[in-house]
Design a protein around this ligand. Structure first.
Ligand code: F0G
Length: 463
């Protein structure tokens, strides 16, 4: 399977539309009023105020006709639902993990697992923690340690697997740790915080070997595992002839379990799970589940949601779907590249991450350039994006590791936008880039204690 080429040719959709949802570009005056009302935090916008919504790829997918049909065979029994059986079989078949605990989304899965494993004074290494992962480690008293390879922090490095973990640093950390100090090692596939970058099978094999040598369980944050497997297939020597599920099994076979937000590579609007090989842990997870989410055969979801997940998890492994999806991200990258826009290279699996330090070099850190760029992209063209930088991952959020990259993420929802809409987005970004000297800074006027990027409020800086 060839890697999508550098020519800015839109990839052809391997699907056709059956249902549509009208969208409208608000007027410049409407956008300005919306920004002020939202406290310059785009999480506070109404969706009707947004034209192209690239806030997240999570839970924003278009489901297929087969998934919608699956929703109609919902067996809404409290216990023992047929849909749970089909969901459980699908996850077992895909991952090989024997114990599957459903949850309503990824952070619920993190809460279940980390509240059982993470204790005060422990350390949890990861290539890079996502914000919810980091918060769940920290709220249980642990330290969230980021151990991605150095290339992950270099926006220009074309390393094919910038999601990899620095195995030397992992080995050092585990050698220096007392018994039980590291309750688990995590690997995030793909590395969302670092630009949607994949982990190689070779690196995961090395990480798993080190974990085994130190008797520390290895868990995958497997939200975007199918995209990761696609990159392995096109980039890793010897993997080109293997199917996505085969590559997936090679990844899962190395791990002791996983947390999943099926809102990404499960192609559903809600859903997730914890999977583990540890029977005793699975029993404790189910006890927690009953307290916080619901009975183990529904896990905080309608049973029809489990059925949609059972279908979506497999659809996400279709090579034609993945080639188009990753081709769309590459297409947007090609258009932005032609316009000279600086972004993190190579483009990741689920979006483009603008390199804020080079996009707005004049704006000092104190003027919150990442958020300023997010605001400006909305102001210019009604495009909603998200800051992935020092507001999302600032010191107050409790991470350990190098300072975060300053990025603005354009996350591409799955099977939602056309290439013409992405070309429009590229045009909006290029227009802002051309007039970058006019972008004004912001200051934070309200910050909650935790996960501040969701609810913080901002105002134009006086500078
Ligand atoms: N892990 C990773 C790597 C994620 O990207 C996310 C969510 C989660 C865990 C939590 O899953 O949202 O289902 O509770 N990422 C979304 C995003 C929110 O926009 O990147 P969740």
């Amino acid at each position: 399977m060839p890697e999508p080429g550098p020519s800015a040719r839109p990839p052809i959709e391997p699907y056709k539309a059956k249902v549509v949802e009208p969208i409208r570009l608000p007027t410049p005056a409407e956008r300005e009023a919306a920004l002020a009302r939202a406290g310059y935090n785009l999480f506070n916008l109404l969706s009707d105020e947004v034209y192209i919504d690239l806030l997240t790829d999570s839970g924003t997918s278009a489901m297929s006709d087969r998934q919608w049909a699956a929703m109609m065979v919902g067996d809404e029994s409290y216990a023992g639902s047929r849909n749970f059986q089909r969901f459980e079989s699908a996850v077992k078949e895909l991952t090989g993990f024997p114990h599957i605990v459903p949850a309503h989304q990824g952070r619920a899965a993190e809460n279940l697992l980390f509240s059982l494993l993470v204790r005060p004074g422990t350390k949890v290494p990861n290539n890079m923690h996502f914000d919810t992962t980091q918060t769940h480690v920290v709220r249980n008293g642990g330290a969230a340690v980021n151990l991605a390879v150095d290339e992950a922090y270099d926006p220009d490095s074309l390393h094919p697997f910038k999601g990899n973990m620095d195995v030397g640093r992992l080995e050092k950390l585990l050698l220096g740790a007392s018994a039980g100090e590291v309750p688990l090692v995590l690997m995030t596939l793909t590395n969302n915080t670092g630009g949607g970058q994949p982990v190689s099978l070779e690196n995961l094999t090395a990480v798993a070997g080190i974990c085994r040598a130190h008797s520390v369980p290895l868990y995958l944050d497997m939200c975007r595992w199918a995209e990761n497997a696609y990159f392995i297939r096109v980039r890793e020597p010897g993997q080109g002839g293997r199917s996505i599920p085969e590559i997936g099994r090679s990844l899962f076979d190395l791990a002791d379990g996983a947390t999943m937000s099926a809102k990404k590579d499960g192609l559903v609007n809600i859903g997730g799970f914890v999977a583990t090989r540890d029977r005793a842990l699975a029993e404790r997870l189910k006890e927690e589940l009953i307290v916080f989410e619901g009975f183990p055969t529904y896990g905080g979801l309608a049973r029809r949601d489990l059925e949609a997940m059972a279908v979506g998890l497999w659809e996400a492994t279709d090579p034609a779907y993945l080639a188009h999806r990753i081709g769309q991200v590459q297409y947007l990258a090609d258009l932005l590249g032609e316009a000279g826009v600086p972004f993190l290279k190579p483009p990741g699996g689920h979006g483009i991450y603008l390199d804020v330090r080079r996009f707005l070099p004049e704006l000092p850190k104190s003027e919150l350039p990442g958020q300023a760029l997010v605001v400006e992209l909305y102001r210019e063209g009604g495009v909603r994006t998200v800051e992935v930088g020092s507001i999302m991952f600032g010191e107050s959020e409790g991470g350990h590791g190098p300072p975060p990259l300053e990025l603005v993420r354009l996350a591409i929802p799955r099977r939602v936008y056309s290439s013409a809409q992405l070309a429009y987005v590229a045009d909006v970004v290029a227009r802002v880039y051309r007039r970058r000297g006019s972008v004004r800074g912001l200051r934070m006027v309200y910050a909650p204690e935790r996960m501040r990027h969701f609810t913080a409020r901002f105002a134009p800086s006086s500078g």
